[in-house]
Design a protein around this ligand. Structure first.
Ligand SMILES: CC(C)(COP(=O)(O)OP(=O)(O)OC[C@H]1O[C@@H](n2cnc3c(N)ncnc32)[C@H](O)[C@@H]1O)[C@@H](O)C(=O)NCCC(=O)NCCS
Ligand SMILES: Nc1ncnc2c1ncn2[C@@H]1O[C@H](COP(=O)(O)OP(=O)(O)OP(=O)(O)O)[C@@H](O)[C@H]1O
Length: 297
């Protein structure tokens, strides 16, 4: 990564999987990971530096402005984690970050899911760096152990798309994923990033595309349910599984095949926003945890 951020603890051991950073560095890494998610193409239906996918109200510039606007709030989340706060305080900072995002984008929801998931990971990185979080755990496990119960028991947004599809289809969405310590990130995204990096040398974008498809294939994404119902979710999962079964980014013409699928998602107005968020979060964990082998930038 082009960042000049050095972990405070230079030599982490296998028993201490999370690197130690100042809150400012944690926020800078998180924002860089959001930038790298947007600079990834083709991601089916999603916004990138190339096009706006299935979205009429945002482009890569909207995402860049949003990421800059939420950086101080991600720093505040890392500081809050370092000082040992409860979920109620994290929630207030998260809502302030959402307000800053909406102000920077003219009311467009670019990063709501990412503020939530990446924000909790920033808080966990702050907790571990200050010695409050268990340094033998992954960041996801720290989130689950410190705040998991409160994430599930906490107030639910009454009229959000997520709560609507939660009621209709029983989908747990971003909250369940976080409360469980981000299993999709650790069990799907990180292994796929590693596989993708091994399949295509010197192409970190290919690794990110591989991880994005692996996430879409497995995730119960409430954005897909909201826009396409169960048949939209099924279409997206089967399309992604087909791409992976055919070899993923190991295929010589993987970019053309992924582009064709991107167009088929756009034609159906499908957008797997949860997978985009988890891709950015997996890049964050890859940087902050020593057991994850960072893929080349
Ligand atoms: C929990 C949130 C995301 C509620 O949003 P909503 O009800 O719309 O839930 P929903 O499940 O649709 O998720 C919203 C976003 O998460 C992402 N997402 C969708 N599905 C998934 C999934 N299966 N896994 C992970 N992320 C997902 C998408 O980007 C989506 O747009 C959040 O906005 C919220 O409650 N914020 C309050 C602030 C807070 O608690 N912050 C915590 C500290 S940062
Ligand atoms: N690169 C990306 N492209 C598109 N969406 C993304 C991307 N990265 C993350 N997302 C997530 O997708 C969500 C936006 O999806 P969507 O536009 O469907 O939500 P909405 O504005 O709540 O609903 P709608 O536009 O369907 O009324 C954001 O919360 C964001 O977290």
């Amino acid at each position: 990564m082009a960042l000049t951020l050095r972990p405070l603890q230079e030599r982490p051991t296998a028993a201490r999987p999370v690197r130690v950073y100042e809150p400012e560095a944690i926020a800078a890494i998180a924002v860089e990971c959001l930038r790298r998610e947007v600079e990834t193409w083709p991601k089916p239906g999603l916004v990138s530096h190339v096009d706006s996918g299935s979205h009429a109200d945002m482009d890569a510039g909207t995402f860049r402005r949003s990421a800059i606007a939420i950086r101080p709030h991600l720093r505040a989340l890392a500081e809050a984690g370092a000082s040992g706060v409860a979920m109620g305080r994290l929630r207030i900072i998260g809502l302030e970050a959402e307000a800053a995002m909406l102000a920077a984008t003219g009311g467009v929801n670019t990063h709501r899911g990412a503020i939530f998931g990446l924000g909790l990971l920033c808080a966990a990185a702050g907790a571990v760096s200050s010695g409050r979080g268990d340094s033998r755990m992954s960041l996801g496990a720290v989130v689950a152990s410190l705040w998991g119960g409160d994430i599930l028991d906490g107030p639910v947004l009454l009229r959000s798309h997520g709560s609507e599809v939660g009621r209709r289809y029983g989908a747990g969405g971003a909250r369940l994923e976080a409360a469980r310590g981000f299993p999709s990130l650790y069990e799907i995204a990180l292994p796929a990033l590693r596989r993708g990096a091994a399949m295509v040398a010197d192409d970190s974008e290919a690794a990110r595309v591989q991880a994005c498809f692996a996430l879409i294939a497995a995730l119960q994404d409430t954005n897909l349910l909201h826009r396409g119902g169960p048949s939209g979710l099924r279409f997206a999962q089967l399309a992604a599984r087909g791409f992976l079964a055919a070899g993923g980014v190991a295929q010589r013409d993987w970019r053309e095949k992924a582009h064709a699928l991107h167009k088929s998602f756009v034609a159906r107005r499908l957008s797997p926003g949860g997978s985009a968020d988890l891709l950015a979060m997996s890049l964050f964990v890859q940087t902050c945890e020593t057991r994850s082998v960072p893929c080349p930038m």
